[in-house]
Design a protein. Structure first.
Length: 465
């Protein structure tokens, strides 16, 4: 199956083409034959180079002249500011502006979409489905918020009729999709610039569920409070099949056992009355639950459970999700994307379970001023699970500073919880700081959604020297 190009997307221009979500859409359009162009502040990044290899034109930096006058649309994400010069040029030329979510929805048209939503775990679960369905020879299309292995591996235009995609709730853009199967992994208060309360979160997820096509399926976590509340609110909707998963006896797909095995887990589930056991190649109970959500979604599309369970064992992880970056001087360096307290706690507990008697040292970079303002104390409490932590300044991403909101909120809460915490304002100094702290057998975790990931190789190089 080769869906045609969506209307007006034959010559798209992406502002911020190197972003995790934007680059995936650009790649799929290029693979469908579009003449793709775009700009990114990091025009020399590995992602930009991977897009060029697909035939895309990628400009470094943002300038009005980057936008070709014959572009058929300009694609933006919610992170693009209104004063972007390319956006202003698009208005002058009368070129339509398309939100990233609308572009992704157009790519799904005519296929059988699986949309994965939740405050945490979307990228991992999407990756698990993409890898396992590919291993079964179904050649799905997919758009993931992170690379599987090599740069540019976050998306693929497949010959099959399944499209697997993350459904981002942060800006309500997941309301644009019409999935055949929707997954809700969890629902917690986050994205404070867009949601003022849990009630608003619930209402937004309810709208998302309302977009599931008639006769479609909602796969939802039974034991997670927010997800279970959404399931209660949509119970009885006509044309909606609801499948729950979890460790509770009442779950439709029931997890009976999770056995840690170093940096992997063995998971046993009962689905359709049949017991299955398979391996998840990342540690931690939350990743085991992600795998079972993927299993339930695949079964909802008619894929035999035993085939899918076996294929899930092919998944070997995704970048930044407890990814082993290397080892030097007897110290392992692992990268974590965790930036919400629940994610931080889950990853630290997973590493603690795999580390045995080894010490865990964390380099944490808070992400967003608004998140730190609302959840900074909880972040600090999460860091008490580490043996020692280095906390960097806040990574602003798309936000302007908020007066009085700094990393000190996290540091004070961590110390109040008994944690050993060092404040470090210079990223360039971190490798030396960790080298002075680490001993053979330690595990170092670089943690956060910003550019803290760049420090892993630097730490390894410093340890080696």
């Amino acid at each position: 199956m080769k869906p045609g190009l969506p209307t007006a997307m034959e010559r798209p221009h992406f502002i911020g083409i190197g972003g995790a979500g934007m680059s995936g859409i650009a790649k799929i359009l290029a693979q469908r034959g579009a003449r793709v162009a775009g700009s990114d502040s990091r025009g020399d990044s590995e992602t930009a180079q991977a897009l060029r290899a697909q035939g895309a034109t990628v400009h470094g930096g943002h300038a009005a002249g980057n936008l070709a006058e014959d572009s058929t649309c300009v694609v933006v994400s919610s992170a693009i500011r209104a004063d972007n010069p390319e956006l202003a040029r698009a208005a002058e030329l009368g070129i339509p502006v398309v939100h990233r979510s609308d572009a992704l929805a157009a790519l799904m048209d005519g296929l059988r979409p699986i949309a994965i939503a939740g405050t945490h775990g979307k990228t991992t679960t999407t990756s698990m489905l993409a890898v396992s369905l590919s291993a079964l020879g179904l050649d799905p299309s997919y758009a993931i918020g992170g690379d599987l292995d090599a740069p540019g591996s976050n998306a693929h235009h497949g010959e099959g009729d399944i499209f697997v995609a993350e459904a981002d709730e942060s800006d309500r853009s997941f309301h644009k999709y019409a999935p055949q199967v929707a997954i809700i992994l969890n629902a917690e208060l986050d994205h404070h610039a867009n949601y003022a309360s849990m009630e608003e979160i619930y209402e937004s997820f309810e709208t998302f569920v309302g977009k599931v096509v008639p006769g479609g399926t909602l796969v939802v976590a039974h034991g997670q409070e927010g997800a279970a509340e959404i399931a209660r609110r949509v119970a009885g909707r006509e044309g909606l099949n609801v499948v729950t998963y979890g460790e509770e006896p009442e779950a439709d797909v029931r997890i009976t056992k999770i056995t840690p095995r170093g940096l992997t887990s063995e998971v046993t589930v009962v689905v359709g009355g049949r017991m299955l056991t398979f391996t998840v190649s990342v540690p931690g109970r939350h990743y085991a639950h992600n795998a079972v959500a993927a299993l339930a979604a695949g079964v909802a599309l008619g894929i035999p459970a035993h085939n899918l369970a076996s294929a899930l064992g092919k998944y070997t992880g995704v970048k930044r999700r407890l990814q082993l970056k290397g080892e030097a001087a007897g110290v392992q360096v692992i990268d974590s994307y965790a930036h919400h307290p629940t994610e931080m706690t889950a990853d630290l507990e997973a590493i603690r379970g795999a580390a045995g008697d080894s010490r865990i040292l964390v380099v944490f970079q808070p992400h967003l001023f608004s998140r730190t303002q609302e959840l900074g104390k909880e972040m600090g409490q999460s860091l008490s699970l580490a043996d020692a932590s280095v906390v960097l300044d806040i990574y602003p991403a798309r936000e302007d500073p908020i007066p009085g909101v700094t990393s000190e909120i996290i540091i004070a809460a961590a110390r109040a919880a008994g944690a050993d915490v060092t404040a470090e304002h210079s990223k360039e100094a971190v490798a030396d700081v960790i080298a002075g702290m680490a001993k053979p057998g330690d595990l170092v975790l670089t943690m956060g959604a910003g550019d803290v990931t760049d420090l892993g190789p630097q730490i390894l190089a410093r340890l080696s020297s």
